[in-house]
Every structure is written in C-alpha cells, then in structure tokens.
Design a protein around this ligand. Structure first.
Ligand SMILES: Nc1ncnc2c1ncn2[C@@H]1O[C@H](COP(=O)(O)OP(=O)(O)OP(=O)(O)O)[C@@H](O)[C@H]1O
Length: 333
C-alpha cells in the first residue's frame, strides 16, 4: 500500500459464483489526481469502483480511501456516481439536488451545482422530463452537493451530447485543479486522454497497464497510421517500400481494416510518395487520412493481447505475434 495514496487497492479479488470479476486488481491514486479506468465490458471496472466505495465486499485484498476501509470513509468527503444510478423520477432537478444536499451538514447551494453541470435553466423540470444526457448531468451534480474530497464517477458522460460532455469535462478539470481526487471509468478514450493524469487498463479483473496517457501511447500505441480507403487487395501493396529516405527499412507493414488498407509508420512527408505509388499502380482510392497513435490504439492492442493471453493461457505482452491478428505485406527491418 502506498502511504501517500488517497485511493489504494491492493490485490483485490472478487468472484460472483463462477464469474471472476476481480483477479488481483491493484491501483494507487494520489491526492488531486484524475485516474481513468478503461477496459472492455466485463473487465471489472464497476466492481473495482464498488469495492473501493463500500458497495461490494472483496473476497480478499485491501481497499483504502483517505486511509480508511471503504465502510469507514467519512461520507461527507466522498462523492460516488454509480453506473446505474436512477433517482426518483417525480422530483424536479432542483428538488433532487436539494434532497441529496439535505443528507449533509454543510451542503452546497443546489442551484450553483445545477449551474456547474450546465443545467441552470432546468431546475424546475421534473427529472423524468429531462433528456437522458441531462438526467446524467443531474446525477453527476448529485455527487457534488457535499463538495467531496474524493469523487468516483462510473461512466459519467455516457449518453451526454458532445457539448454537455465538454461541460462535465471542464467541471472535472476544475474540481481536480481545486484538489479533488477523481477516479472515473470510461469507454471514451478521448475523455480518458483529455482528463486523466494517469490511466489504468483493466482486463480480466486486473490492472494490466497504467501510466500517463503519453507514456502508455509511447509504450503500447504502436506507430502512426496512413489509412487508405480502397477496395484494392492487400496484396497490391506488397511492393510498397518506405518511399522517402528510408530504403533500408524495406517494405512497409499494411493491413486491411474494413474498407481501408492501413499502412504503418509512414511519416507525413512520405504521403505524397504513397499517392504516387497508388497512382503508378492504378490503385483506386476514395480517401486518405493520417493519424498518430493514441490511447485507443493502446486500448485495442492491450485488450487484444490480454484476450489472447487468456485464451492461450500465458502469452506475454509485447509478443509481436498479436499485432492485431492481421495480414502483413512485409516486415520492417
Ligand atoms: N452483482 C453481480 N453478480 C454477478 N456477476 C456480476 C455482478 N457484478 C458484476 N458481475 C460480473 O463481473 C464481471 C465484471 O463486471 P463489471 O460490471 O465490474 O465490469 P465492467 O468493466 O464495469 O463492465 P462494463 O464496461 O460493461 O460496465 C462481469 O462478468 C459481470 O457479469
């Protein structure tokens, strides 16, 4: 256990009948840090949040928040948004926040919380008449009425439109800047990349990688990608060599992805040479786009590798044989 940690899980195990939900899950989150848990459906994210907030009891391992076991945490200092939170329908947004504010000794003004979540004008609207995304924002607001020191948000922005999502992102950034520690789960890699100081990837019940988004992308994100929208056969790219200044690297790696061929490790300055190749070989294409690797690539790589590890009972990370399971036209040197 990390003595400085505000949130600490060590070797948590939790099994429901035959289902292993947590299998040695460990993480440590420092004060004022935003930590994003990502991972496939069923990886154990919600179970980990529940174990840390006292709504489920792990079979073994240790969970500590603010130095306490979850059942002993001072509730005034904690905010929790469950994934399936569903408050009473027949209350207005303001009544709902007032209700939750009433549970604390020194609550915030519900109207200022409504303003924080971008719903200053919706105070009189019944919860059931709000849109799904507005409802979720009220739910986020309900976790803020006690001005918590530690906030657990299980998929806070699911169902929220892009503008509303940005409102919630700014809110989380402001809270973190003010010293609030935030643990959130998300399937939105842009959200994790933007908000999180550190990201933990949960797979099969354990945290298999953690680090800053930048470090994770550098370590596991792979190379840049040039996506060529084309129906041409992958074999047609077999002769595509590194076009500019890198003849020593030989042929490029390419793979098919739906209606496109994705070429790896091409620099922006080399795109023109790839276009010349396409035109020189009469390969028709309808679009070209270039992207640097991002957290989504990390997620896809590690989630794939973990799945392979599970089914193979022991393949190590970093084993190149897992490279998306795709055809390659050539090897880099
Ligand atoms: N109360 C429960 N009873 C039985 N099985 C459960 C229970 N809660 C979770 N599980 C199982 O434990 C595993 C982990 O579930 P969990 O909800 O923690 O995953 P998750 O990563 O949050 O998934 P998602 O991204 O879909 O929300 C799943 O196989 C799930 O079916």
């Amino acid at each position: 256990m990390d003595a400085e940690a505000v949130v600490d899980a060590t070797d948590l195990e939790k099994t429901y009948d035959e289902t292993v939900a947590l299998s040695g899950a460990s993480l440590s989150v420092g004060g004022g840090e935003v930590f994003a848990l990502i991972g496939p459906n069923g990886a154990g994210k919600t179970t980990l949040v529940r174990a840390l907030t006292g709504t489920t009891t792990p079979d073994s391992g240790s969970a500590r928040v603010l130095g306490e076991t979850p059942s002993a945490i001072d509730r005034d200092r904690l905010g929790v948004l469950p994934q399936d939170f569903s408050p009473p329908d027949r209350l207005s947004a303001r009544e709902l926040l007032s209700y939750y504010a009433g549970l604390y000794d020194d609550p915030r003004d519900p109207d200022s919380v409504l303003a924080d979540v971008g719903l200053a004008d919706a105070g009189d609207t019944w919860y059931e008449d709000l849109s799904g995304g507005q409802q979720r924002r009220v739910c986020v607001g309900s976790t803020l009425v006690n001005d918590p020191d530690v906030l657990f948000l299980d998929e806070p922005t699911t169902g929220i439109d892009p503008a509303g999502r940005r409102t919630v992102w700014r809110l989380i950034e402001d809270l973190a800047a003010g010293g609030t520690t935030v643990v959130l789960t998300t399937h939105d890699m842009a959200e994790a990349e933007r908000l999180a100081d550190r990201v933990g990837l949960l797979a099969n019940g354990s945290v298999v990688a953690r680090g800053t988004p930048t470090d994770l992308v550098a370590e596991h994100g792979g190379s840049s990608r040039l996506t060529i929208e084309t129906t041409a056969e992958l074999d047609a790219f077999a002769d595509l060599a590194f076009p500019v200044d890198r003849p020593e690297q030989g042929r490029v790696r390419a793979r098919r992805s739906n209606d496109a061929v994705v070429v790896q490790e091409i620099e922006p300055a080399e795109i023109g040479a790839v276009v010349d190749f396409l035109e020189g070989h009469d390969l028709e294409y309808t679009g070209l786009s270039w992207a640097e690797p991002d957290l989504e690539d990390v997620y896809l790589t590690l989630a794939d590798e973990t799945e392979l590890e599970r089914t193979n009972h022991g393949t190590e990370f970093g084993d190149d044989s897992t490279d998306d399971g795709v055809a390659q036209t050539g090897e880099t040197a």
